[in-house]
Design a protein around this ligand. Structure first.
Ligand code: GAL
Length: 661
């Protein structure tokens, strides 16, 4: 439970650095991320390296006792480098080049650019790998930001052909897998293949899915290239990348395998305003705190994208500049977000940024300091948290490392699969049905029941869980089938699970494909609905409305919810259940509560806007609502706050001795 900040010494005169680090220490900051956009200052001219300023900045930070996370500067290649390798630039779907003048102007598939990255990362690794101030390295910055995973240029086509040859070996196998006989799309050689853009109507979904997989693999390879170099020179340092909110265009589970820590950048207000997932009512109710599940969902998702270690690399400190509207956070919201991250297992919360820049693109983005160097509101929130952590350590009689070691796992798991997300986004069938949003709403319902969740990958060990939700596990491979078969908790499989083969075709035995080995049912027809049409459902588990997606199920399994024609919607027995529709929030919650009951996981109906997270012997309560909430966990003593929690407030409880296992 440590605090950090993102700092850009290259933006400020050297004479200011000492005052900056002193103010950081005074606030309670221990970690500082630097360097991730500094290439033009490190190498203004090809091959002429200027290390002095970075040497000095590191020395100032180190002398103040601050620990440094050094970013590789590859998200912002300088102008000379782009001019030297124009083919490294990315191309958008319309075939337009995405040029120099902002950031992320490269294609992951460019081998020329990878060589330049290899060169600069090696030089940095050699110079700073063993620097005593540096405890971690961040690779690049926010892979995919500004929609930069899919690129449609010449280098991307070359990489795609190589990838396809490797996967299919023969062109006939590719034609068969993609179903290219349809509309006479058959190819004679791998060289015939083009990228799936600029077609008259939609390109073949198998073609698109493979392209997405290929682009994702380019990110994995690009990250690994940097990670391998840093492993060699920065021995003993953590490797980390900073992921983003609601971003699914590459497989984070795969990238995470080459890193030590998964981190992400959390901007709760920017995302509330920008994302289509949220209703106008939610945008109104949570304008100044963000949605109650935005933080938790991503903390739990990214804690599962690697080796279980989580950091927040960038935490919103005040208004941002990039959403359609950019309101100020509620008083105390920055503190709430920080504590919430800790409650979900974050070891570090680092604010973006130290001082608001008076120039360039982000001059309207706040920091802990105002542009004139005076403290902005978030500096006081951060200081308060650092004092509270010290207070907590004392009250619990633990040291900081013991606090950090408190287990953060949940006992209910939600499976998240990037490949399933791409598959369903490519052919959504109903615009209203989106994989990510459906996962989020399931997560929300589980969290409203007071549950602590792990978001896991299809390859995760299922044995720790009493209950598992598969939102829409499109492809069920043999390994997963085997794992599900031996899973002895309660399983709920959601609509579209098992609905495709790995080649993106309908399985011979129809959906849910291989899942039929676990549950005797078949999906015979799908009614994909617009938002405004929400038919009634009812049954022994409740009543309400279904939305977006409605499958016609052929089954003799006991029916727990049925539609207006009496056709089954939710079926199952023992510990295996299948839901053939999306459900509106209240009904979804009722059904998940029944399942948790079967799994013997206790649930609680929390007041609106309140969330609870358990971490070891600690229970954290957060109030995202606009009015004071009353909530006290059973058998626990309050250590911070009290049982009435003001808006944007936090209370922290320790389980009473008799309930600690
Ligand atoms: C992140 C990015 C930062 C900064 C920030 C502004 O996406 O990593 O460099 O741009 O957003 O909110």
């Amino acid at each position: 439970m440590k605090l950090g900040v993102c700092y850009y010494p290259e933006h400020w005169p050297k004479s200011r650095w000492q005052a900056d680090v002193e103010a950081m220490v005074e606030i309670g900051i221990e970690y500082v991320r630097i360097g991730e956009f500094s290439w033009s200052r490190l190498e203004r001219v090809d091959g002429e390296l200027s290390w002095d300023w970075l040497d000095d900045a590191l020395a100032v930070l180190h002398n103040a006792g601050l620990k440094v996370i050094l970013g590789t500067p590859t998200a912002t290649p300088p102008k000379w480098l782009v001019d030297k390798h124009p083919s490294m630039l990315a191309y958008d779907e319309a075939g337009q080049v995405r040029g120099f003048g902002s950031r992320r102007h490269y294609s992951f598939a460019s081998l020329e650019y990878r060589q330049e990255c290899q060169r600069i990362v090696t030089l940095m690794g050699q110079r700073y790998g063993q620097h005593p101030a540096i405890v971690a390295w961040q690779t690049d910055n926010e892979y995919g930001c500004h929609d930069t995973i899919l690129s449609y240029g010449e280098v991307d086509l070359i990489a795609f052909k190589v990838w396809l040859k490797e996967k299919y070996k023969t062109i006939d196998d590719l034609n068969l897998a993609w179903g290219n006989i349809f509309w006479s799309m058959e190819y004679n050689t791998f060289d015939d293949i083009e990228l799936p853009n600029l077609t008259v109507t939609e390109a073949n979904p198998s073609h698109r899915l493979d392209f997405q997989r290929c682009c994702s693999d380019q990110v994995v390879a690009y990250n690994k290239l940097q990670a391998d170099i840093l492993r060699e020179y920065a021995v003993g340092r953590d490797l980390v990348h900073n992921y983003m909110g609601f971003f699914t265009a590459f497989d984070h589970h795969k990238v995470g395998q080459d890193l030590d820590v998964a981190s992400w950048d959390t901007y709760p207000l920017g995302f509330l305003d920008q994302e289509a997932i949220y209703t106008d009512q939610e945008k109104h109710d949570y304008l100044r705190t963000g949605h109650p599940d935005f933080g938790g969902f991503h903390h739990d998702l990214y804690r599962g994208c690697g080796k279980g270690r989580l950091w927040i690399m960038e935490q919103q400190p005040g208004p941002v500049n990039w959403a359609p509207h950019n309101p100020s956070p509620a008083d105390g919201a920055v503190r709430l977000w920080t504590w919430e991250a800790f409650s979900h297992g974050a070891e570090l919360v680092s604010y973006f940024r130290w001082r608001q820049a008076p120039f360039a693109q982000e001059q309207m983005h706040s920091g802990l300091l105002r542009p004139d160097g005076s403290k902005a509101e978030a500096a006081f929130d951060a200081k308060k948290v650092s004092e509270e952590v010290a207070d907590l350590v004392q009250k619990l009689g633990l040291d900081r490392d013991e606090l950090n070691a408190l287990p953060s796992a949940g006992n209910v798991a939600l499976m998240f699969d990037y490949d399933a997300c791409w598959a369903l986004d490519i052919q959504p069938q109903s615009k209203a049905y989106q994989y990510l949003f459906w996962c989020y709403r399931l997560y929300e319902a589980l969290r409203e029941l007071g549950l602590s969740i792990d978001i896991i990958s299809p390859k995760s060990d299922l044995s720790p869980y009493k209950m598992l939700v598969l939102p829409a596990q499109v492809v069920i491979d043999d390994d997963l089938l085997k794992a599900l078969n031996s899973f002895d908790g309660v399983l709920l499989a959601g609509p579209r699970s098992g609905s495709k083969t790995a080649d993106y075709q309908i399985p011979e035995n129809l959906a849910p494909g291989k899942l039929q080995q676990l549950m005797a049912l078949k999906v015979e027809r799908v009614d994909a609905l617009p938002e405004h049409t929400q038919p009634n459902v009812n049954g022994v588990w409740g009543q309400g409305k279904l939305k977006h997606w409605h499958e016609q199920l052929a089954t003799h399994l006991p029916c727990l919810l049925q539609d207006e024609k009496g056709m089954p919607v939710l079926v199952g027995e023992g510990k295996r259940f299948y839901l053939g529709a999306c459900l509106e929030a209240d009904l979804l919650k009722m059904c998940l509560e029944k399942l948790a009951g079967i799994a013997e996981v206790p649930t609680y109906y929390l007041p609106k806007g309140v969330r609870v997270r358990t971490r070891g012997k600690l229970i954290f309560v957060f109030n995202y609502g606009q009015s004071t909430a009353h909530y006290a966990p059973l058998d626990a003593d309050c250590v911070i706050g009290k049982n009435c929690i003001e808006p944007a407030g936090v209370s922290i409880w320790v389980k009473s001795k008799k309930t600690i296992k």
